[in-house]
Design a binder for this molecule. Structure first.
Ligand SMILES: [Ca+2]
Length: 265
């Protein structure tokens, strides 16, 4: 069965491929994946590994097509560095006083949202010091819909919550300099998700509690709580977001439909 997103994504992905290539997205496998998603598992919505971006320089805000954030608020610095990871990553810290919580926002290609089907979301984190770090999955351009809220707390603990509440506590998951790998899989039809932390499932098939309203997951946000030290620092790398159920393109030469799942906002 051809997924309804497939026909849209055929044209969409081909048109965005040129942008991705010219922007120098460094993953050499990207072209093959877009040309043959069935072989490599899905359609890429966002890849950011920062490897080809200028070092020791504030990152641009070119969005997913450039492998960059959609928005960096003035309260934060977001600089590409060779620091916590084997390859360049994005170091997020305070640019000034931590007067309110702030996050760097990543969006998906074309600022689309995923409203149905399956989507995998991955990000690797290395906290640089004891602080409180937040990672959110939200709709594009807003924060009203809590598909996921992850908090790395000052004692090395982690809490996982969403619009359904039900905060799950995970103790002893991180310390400064440690690697924290987050991997979510959302079933937007069943309205459930699974979260792996360092490849261990911490939430399995849990309802996320956001009522269907035509919006979907379109934002990945990383930052700090307001009451954190000015030297708070978190390095992020290997961001990868992809649909994993729209892999059959063989008969998808219909015109793109604006009613497909990848709604634009
Ligand atoms: Ca990297």
């Amino acid at each position: 069965m051809k997924h309804p997103f497939a026909s849209t994504c055929l044209g969409f992905c081909l048109s965005t491929f040129a942008a991705l290539s010219s922007a120098g997205v460094p993953d050499p496998a990207l072209a093959d994946e877009i040309a043959d998603p069935e072989a490599t598992g899905g359609t890429i919505l966002l890849q950011a590994d920062f490897n080809a971006l200028p070092l020791d320089t504030p990152i641009g805000q070119g969005g997913a097509a450039a492998g960059q954030p959609f928005e960096v608020p003035s309260l934060l610095s977001a600089i590409v560095r060779n620091s916590a990871f084997p390859t360049p990553s994005l170091d997020i810290g305070w640019a000034g006083d931590p007067i309110t919580a702030a996050t760097v926002r990543f969006s998906f290609l074309g600022e689309q949202e995923v409203t149905d089907g399956l989507v995998d979301i991955r990000i690797d984190l290395v906290p640089g010091s004891w602080s409180q770090y937040n990672v959110y999955l939200r709709e594009h351009g807003g924060a009203a819909r809590s598909y996921s809220t992850i908090t790395l707390g000052g004692s090395g603990g982690m809490t996982i919550s969403d619009a359904a509440g039900q905060a799950t506590s995970v103790g002893g998951i991180w310390s400064p300099g440690s690697l924290v790998k987050l991997h979510w899989r959302y079933d937007m039809d069943q309205r459930i998700y699974t979260l792996w932390v360092n490849d261990v499932p911490r939430v399995t098939d849990r309802a996320f509690g956001v009522a269907p309203d035509g919006r979907g997951i379109g934002g990945l946000l990383v930052g700090m709580a307001w009451n954190t030290p000015t030297n708070s620092l978190i390095s992020v790398d290997n961001i990868d977001v992809r649909r994993i159920d729209d892999v059959i393109f063989a008969d998808s030469f219909e015109p793109a439909s604006p009613t497909a799942s990848g709604s634009q906002h």
